[in-house]
Write a new protein. Sequence first.
Length: 577
Amino acid sequence: MKKITFLMSFMFIAITSMAQTPIITMISDGDCPGGLPKVVEIYADGAVDFSNYSLVKSPNGGDFSSTLNLTDLGTVTDDFVYVYKDGTDDGDNSFFDANFPNATNKLATTSDAANFNGDDPIRLVLDSDMTVIDQYGNQEDGTDTAWEYKDGYAKRNNGTLPNGAFNAGDWTFNNGVLDGEGLCQGGNSFESIIGIGTFTPGTVACPLIVTLTSVTCDTETTGATSDTYTVTGTFTGGGTEVYTFTINEGTVVSTDEISSMEEGTITVTGIPEGTDLIYSITSSSCDIEATVPSPECEPSSNVSNIAALREGTVGNIYTLTGEAFLTYQQSFRNQKYIQDATAAILIDDNDGNITTTYTVGDGITNITGELSEFNGIMQFIPESDPGEATSNNNDVAPQVLMVADFMANSEIYESELIAFADVTIADIAEGDGTYQTGENYDLTQGSDVTTLRTNFFDAAYIGTALPSSTVNVVGIASQFNDEGQIFPTNVDANLSASSNTLTNVSIYPNPSNTGLVTIETASNEAAAVEVYNLLGKQVISQTLTNSTLNVANLSSGVYLVKVSVEGKSATKKLVIE
């Protein structure tokens, strides 16, 4: 069995509110005739099926005996409900509707459970085992206590949690403040005094920490796609809670039992390819669900250089075994441009699978991902982090091109770091004389023109003045509608820093099918020419004195041509048709 492992470094430290739990957030004893309306506000934290809960009253501090099941409220998610006693048995609820006009999710009842008198404690209980979920007031006659709410109300403080044992510190009490109020008495509406739907629940730290360290695909040696994959990791707990840890609703076993608060390991095997791993954690303070997406388990094909990668099949998985060098990166979609001696490509990492921090000039080896194409641009979509840089501070000097050569062969330079010397840049008609983001500018060299596209929104030159004289521009070669353009990284570059770079080298015709090409330099000196295929094998080596190179023996394909004159050199691509 062949193993392909993708490091995930996925840590889930659960911080959550009491999800899927009802909470008493306000209780009010009205001052309309009959002490109406009597209202309890309840917040559904998460999706709460109220058929599982009942409201229970303790009359004057006696037994909790008056019970109202809350089925009629249905299932409510992250919203408030209002249970109230108002009017008569024939459905006259005018007191509540008039004084609480903005209340929704309402349940009118004649049950004695909602007929509290400002000194009665109430509870929310889970019907299945009568567990007290939340309680207002102690089991005593509340007259003259701090929590009495006769002709008044009490509101739960923001940031608190339901408590089966009443905690007065979680509440703010307003006993008597509704006396004489209400539209029924010509006063202010109760809603305008109390305010409804304002509670924000608190949070609690779940004691369980789960760290998933790797996902391993099991693939057949024949190269067939995988049947299953395996997830391994660790967990750490604390405290005395007992919890359950469920994988894919229990359909996948082979995980260690971790119901107690001890450190341990997690191994989940036999998950079918294409199936996400879903795990949930539940305890008295946890109700969490998280998903680990299923990895792509198809075995990758190895390619030694970027040119070979670009010749691959879009949609297939490849591992670039050779070292590539980072030439530019931006935060947008975690994009990186890499190149080697053969070609360049854009790494589009919108999922953030590459977590290692790299610097321009770093060498990166063994990148695995999917070959893709977007708007005609080849892309490499990584599926894992290749790890630490395999070298640092590499020379990533741009290849200096003539605009004419670039426009004739833009496809073969795609995503490479290139430069144009002594060019002018024209302002756009509605511009203010500065570089704007996402705009096209004419970049001219003599009579030759290409497009300068300000594609890197966080580039340092954005907002600076456009030049009034010639400049050197460095950037990433790109295309739009099969026409070459450059995404500048530096619009006033000092190309002399590349003292060993030979400039003003041109090769034509390119592509060629005539058996001969002309190589011209700015110097009249003889040029040493070396031609390599994409496997790195030298196929031509000679000194030119008349600018003509015989390529009749070369097969169709892309070649690298290194031209050297007086200690300086330049590498160009040559396409043989």
